[in-house]
Every structure is written in structure tokens, then in C-alpha cells.
Ligand binder design. Sequence first.
Ligand SMILES: Cc1ncc(COP(=O)(O)OP(=O)(O)O)c(N)n1
Ligand SMILES: Cc1nc(C(=O)O)sc1CCOP(=O)(O)O
Ligand SMILES: [Mg+2]
Length: 203
Amino acid sequence: MVKLDPFYLIVESFAWIERLVPLGVKLVQLRIKDKPTDELRAEIEKARDFCQAHECQLVVNDYWQLAIELNCDFVHLGQEDLADADLTAIRSAGLRIGLSTHDHAELDLALSHKPDYVALGPVYPTILKKMKWAPQGLDRLREWKAHIGDVPLVAIGGLNVDRIKGVFDHRADSAAVVTDITARDDPETRTKLWLSATRRFMS
Ligand SMILES: Cc1ncc(COP(=O)(O)OP(=O)(O)O)c(N)n1
Ligand SMILES: Cc1nc(C(=O)O)sc1CCOP(=O)(O)O
Ligand SMILES: [Mg+2]
């Protein structure tokens, strides 16, 4: 079973990776929306090389064909992405797969694909994107973990430094974050705070 770093940073460009990964980030997702394929390819390629040089695990969101083409080793897919994704091709290329879940039906479907991690969200309200699910609350994390056993559990949605302890106390293995870092005036200082606040939850 894959071991996930407790701090899971999610960013929308290579520029963010170049800026924050050298601070000590060991798990980062490149989540780019609405860019032409050649730009996506260039961003993923730069992220792959930079993360490799910094011993940081890169997860490519959505673009599984590009992740295969560019020899990346981890993709994240949502339930809508799953409908179009060729999981056999992804696995045959040696990539690991993280899957989103928001309710029991999605969890059952996700587990049927034997994911390398399961994400549950939104744990708290998020301002990043419009979601059709109400915030799940912390107890849901415990419930998910009891169901998924050894599969690592990622908590996502509305997390901030003050909420870190709660998600790990409720059995998350990793805490994913976007705006508590990228929307701050000083993302570097916030990243360092996240790094120090999550270290003690490293398993
Ligand atoms: C770690 C993690 N969890 C959930 C998501 C959301 O994925 P998805 O539902 O496919 O939505 P988009 O991020 O693609 O808008 C994620 N990206 N990462
Ligand atoms: C991209 C995403 N997926 C979610 C899910 O629940 O599947 S919540 C979310 C947004 C996470 O951003 P922030 O840390 O700014 O709330
Ligand atoms: Mg997606």
C-alpha cells in the first residue's frame, strides 16, 4: 500500500510547484483546468522533472492520457473522470490512482477499482469550487476509514491550519489543501506552517 505524506498540496500551475515544493513539500497535485493540450503537456512535463529532482510525489489531476504519455506515476480522478478513463491502461502503464468520493455510492464504486487512495470531501465548506454535496463533517472521515481499511484516506475541502488536528484525529492519512495556501498574502509562510503542523502525523 502506498504511503502518503500527511500534507497534500494542490496547485493550479507549475509556477506554484516551483515556488512551494522547494520549501519541503513531498506530495503535490497539479490541478489545471481549461488549458489547451500543448500547454497542459508542457506544465506536466516541467512539474514531473521538478518534483523528481525534489523527491516530491507528483499527482496529475484529470489528464490521465498525458500522465501516461509523460511517464508520470500518479493520477487523481473524480467520479466524472472515471466514466471516461481507461483504468486498465493507467494501471498497465504503472501509474497509481487516487479517487474522489462524496457519498456511499461513490465510495463503493471507487473501492471496486482498487484505488491507491480514497479522497473524501468536502469535509468543510470550500470556496474553490461549487459542490453539490453539503460539508461532510469530521465523523464521516472515521466512517470512511472504518470502511476502507488500509487504503489511505485523504481529507479535502475547506481545510486550514486550525483544522489539521481534527482531520488526523478522525483518521485521515493526508490533508489536502488549496486556498488556505494559495489565496494567502504569504503562501510561503503558510506552507511552512502546514509543513510543521502536519509532520507529527507522518506514519
Ligand atoms: C485529493 C483530491 N480530492 C478530490 C479532488 C476532486 O476531484 P474531482 O472530483 O475530479 O474534481 P476536480 O478537482 O477535477 O475539479 C481532487 N482533485 N483531489
Ligand atoms: C478540488 C476539490 N475537491 C473537493 C471534493 O470534495 O472532492 S473539495 C475541493 C476544493 C479544495 O480546495 P480548498 O482547500 O481551497 O477548500
Ligand atoms: Mg477531476
